[in-house]
Structures are given as structure tokens and as C-alpha cells.
Design a protein. Structure first.
Length: 264
């Protein structure tokens, strides 16, 4: 009997990220190699300024890679059109929302843009997908509210629903718990975990909430000054990867609890 192989949805090969100008090239991180599986929750973590957002922007093609390759569903992103990419990968960024006068349902409906005709008319199927996205994140009762009436936590759920309505294989979120209190940080990350199980989508998010990511993620990508490591949280703990994230004079990582502690 042939062994079933897991589905690799997103992978990088010898990826180098950073910035290039006419005069110089600034490498933020290089030799980045990882393979992300379909239907998993993946957390991207690391210290401030290590390059998490640069990696996110490179993966979603907002920023060009310095070298190397990125593959989505075995297709090189360099050969993927913007429309093709929009049907395979959706994005939730931390930039301030410019369309807060829209209702919740109108904002979520924007996720259907890659599929609508040039007028933007929604079909019955589009409306079914939009309502399903609202139900998945438990905000159906907010659908007629204006976005400016929402709390930060509610608005983040709306943005996730918009990504769900885009119906892509992969959803990428850059710092989805920014500006949220501890309860809502945990709520959003648990919601993302639930969505991977209920939809089979792959969800990749960057975060400073390393302790929560260790508890909830199937896989983690850890960026350090020396390397980028991708593995299951338990394996990363065993390898001592988290011990090297911060200076030991103030914060240490406890292997037994799987969390960071202030050094006494």
C-alpha cells in the first residue's frame, strides 16, 4: 500500500529577503527553506526588528525577494499572475482600514472581488460564501453595523471573514493581535486554529505572542539572527531554539512550561 504524502501548500527554496537600491543591497535574512503543510496553523515569530514583516511582505509578493524561490501549490510565484494569486492567497495586514464607512457585510464582500465580473455584481453563490464567512467567525449579528462602530477585536474578526470570503488555500496575517488585550489575543489565535480545522485552509500569521503560538500552532517559523528554523513547537523546544531568541540577562525560556520567564 502506497504511503500517502502530505500536501505541501507553500514552500521556499534558498530564499533571501531584504532591500535593494541602485547603490546597495541590504540582506535581512538568507538561506530560508521551509515547507508548510495544507490545513495547518503556522506562527512566524522572532525578536523585534528581526525581519518578520519583511518575510511576510516577500511571501505575498508585496516586496521582491533578493534571491531564491517561493512556491504556492507547486507554482513559482514569479510566474503567477496577480489574479491567479488572489484566488490562492488572501492577506490580512495591520494597516489602518480606509473604508470604515462600509458595513461589515460590504467589507466582507470585498473578498469576492477576484471572482466577480467587471461591474462587481455578486451572484447567489457569492452571497452564500459571504454569509458562511460571517458565520465561521461568529459575527453574523454585526453584518449591518458600520465598521467604525466596531471594537478592535470585532474589526479584526471582520478582516478575517473578508479573507475567508476570498476562499483561498492560504491566508496570511501580519500581527493579527496588535492592539488587542490578552483575552482577545488568545481569542483571535484560537479562532484561527479553529478555522484551519473547519475549512482545511492553511493560515500563516506573524506575532509577538510566542507563548500562545507555542500552545496553538501546528508548525512555527522562528527567525533568529543566525537562521530561520521551521518545525513543530515541541521539536523547537527540544532543539533549544527559543533559548536563543532573547538575551538571557532579562528573559529565559523554560522548557518544562514552554514559556518565557523574567530572569530573577
Amino acid at each position: 500500500m502506497k504511503k500517502e504524502t502530505s500536501h505541501i501548500i507553500l514552500k521556499t527554496e534558498q530564499l533571501s529577503i531584504g532591500y535593494k537600491t541602485n547603490k546597495a543591497e541590504t540582506v535581512i535574512s538568507s538561506n530560508i527553506n521551509f515547507e508548510l503543510q495544507k490545513g495547518q496553523l503556522i506562527g512566524l515569530v522572532g525578536a523585534n526588528g528581526i525581519g518578520k514583516s519583511t518575510l511576510i511582505r516577500t511571501l505575498i509578493t508585496v516586496q521582491p525577494a533578493l534571491s531564491g524561490s517561493i512556491y504556492l501549490n507547486n507554482n513559482n510565484l514569479k510566474a503567477t499572475s496577480a489574479l491567479e494569486l488572489a484566488t490562492q492567497l488572501s492577506i490580512v495586514l495591520t494597516e489602518p482600514l480606509t473604508s470604515k464607512n462600509l458595513s461589515v457585510s460590504e467589507l466582507v464582500a470585498l473578498g469576492r472581488h477576484p471572482y466577480t465580473n467587471w461591474i462587481g455584481n455578486l451572484t447567489e453563490n457569492d452571497n452564500i460564501i459571504i454569509n458562511n464567512a460571517l458565520n465561521l467567525v461568529n459575527i453574523s449579528e454585526l453584518k449591518d453595523k458600520k465598521c467604525y462602530e466596531l471594537s478592535d477585536g470585532q474589526l479584526q474578526k471582520v478582516m478575517i471573514a473578508r479573507a475567508l470570503s476570498q476562499d483561498t488555500d492560504v491566508i496570511v496575517l501580519d500581527e493579527p493581535t496588535t492592539h488587542l488585550d490578552m483575552y482577545h489575543k488568545a481569542y483571535i489565535l484560537k479562532l484561527l486554529k479553529k478555522l484551519t480545522k473547519e475549512t482545511g485552509k492553511t493560515i500563516l500569521f506573524s506575532s509577538h505572542e510566542i507563548d500562545l503560538a507555542i500552545q496553538l500552532c501546528d508548525t512555527m517559523i522562528v527567525m533568529t539572527k543566525e537562521e530561520v528554523v521551521c518545525d513543530q513547537p515541541c521539536n523547537l523546544i527540544t532543539k533549544g531554539v527559543f533559548k536563543s531568541l532573547f538575551p538571557k540577562d532579562l528573559i529565559s525560556f523554560d522548557d518544562k512550561s514552554g514559556s518565557f520567564r523574567v530572569t530573577k
